[in-house]
Design a protein. Sequence first.
Length: 429
Amino acid sequence: MIKFSASSSLERYLAIRSVLLTTLLLGLSGVIFYQLAIPPWNIAVLLGLIGLACSIVLSQIYRRIMSTYNRGLLHIEAMRVEDYNQYAKCDFNQGCAAAFHQQLKQLSEHLAEQKSRYDQHAFLVYQLIDQLNIPILVFNQKNKLSYANGAFSALYAQPWQMFRNASPKLLNLTKRDNKWQLNKNSQQWQISQSEFIDDGQTHQLLVFTNVESVKRESQQTAWQQIIRVMSHEIRNSLTPVSSLAESLATRSGSERDQKALALIHERCHHLQDFVSRYSSLSQQFSLEPKQINTTQLQERLSGLFNTQQLEINSQCQWIWADQTFIEQVLINLIKNSVEANSDHIQLLIRQSGQHNEITITDNGHGFANLDNLFVPLFSTKSQGQGIGLNFCRNIIEQHHGSITLENNKEAGVTVTIKLPSSAPKEQSR
């Protein structure tokens, strides 16, 4: 039994078998021609013609077999580069070769369908990232910034396109113990990370959560719950007391008793009004933001305050806000400056990146404690009720903006309000 060793390649296998077959055929033909007593010269010519014919036929068979595999390889290469529109044409309609190419075609169609579905999912992911109002950064396989959403400007005060292909180091980001950290304002932002694959490459997704904002929302929710309970209990108690005092006052013949009961009735109404005002801390206002002309806003504020005390400088023509509420916020803040014995208050409105920035700077006595300014019921004024600043922050944050207060180095306070320069995407849809 003849045992052939395994060939290193199909090409070598076919070549060796072709040579063996041709040699065997020429040998048998030579023996037959010799038995027929054909002259040696004629035998040589005939064997040459037979060898040529065998070479031509076997060469065509070889090329056709290899063509089937080469086309299959081209098809596989096209699938590898995610080109699913190319198909290999098989030279055979039936058999193993035809089945092989049919399987390749079905695999290509299946991968094309999966890629289309994946592209749709990736598109939805990027759309979702755009709609979120928290900073989200995407780094590609080369660890370069490839995408970010609009909230990127909250971190770097510029559109993310200005930092396209930037390295984490340029963005003040470092990775230690498989955790990302922001070197500036690191206590304010917590970074969550995950990975996803897009276009065959692994991308890193960094989600930034404002820890202070989450903490403040938790505190605000707690205060809102307390205020709702207090308001409910106080109103339930005041209503019968007020009604009873009014009823007794109409029946009493004593002037002294009538005055006392009238005072009780008055204080009940005052306390009810007090509770109603505090309920605004938990109220979600119905805002109607629009483009407001800053010149008209300047005229209205100037009409309410002493123009020698208040200086207004507007460097942009329009701001996006609810006119009624933004005016009330500015009035509250300017009034606070006046009550802090400021003799010069400067209000500046300007464009800062994708935001409108409003700053109010005074030269009053400032704040002794900046930590509790936005805490409900806390006030540094003897007659204060602790509503104004919390109300202002509530309004600004419902505009998707931010408000900060800081003492000046010499005297007074600077209040900075940042508002989107246009409608947020979730409002504009």
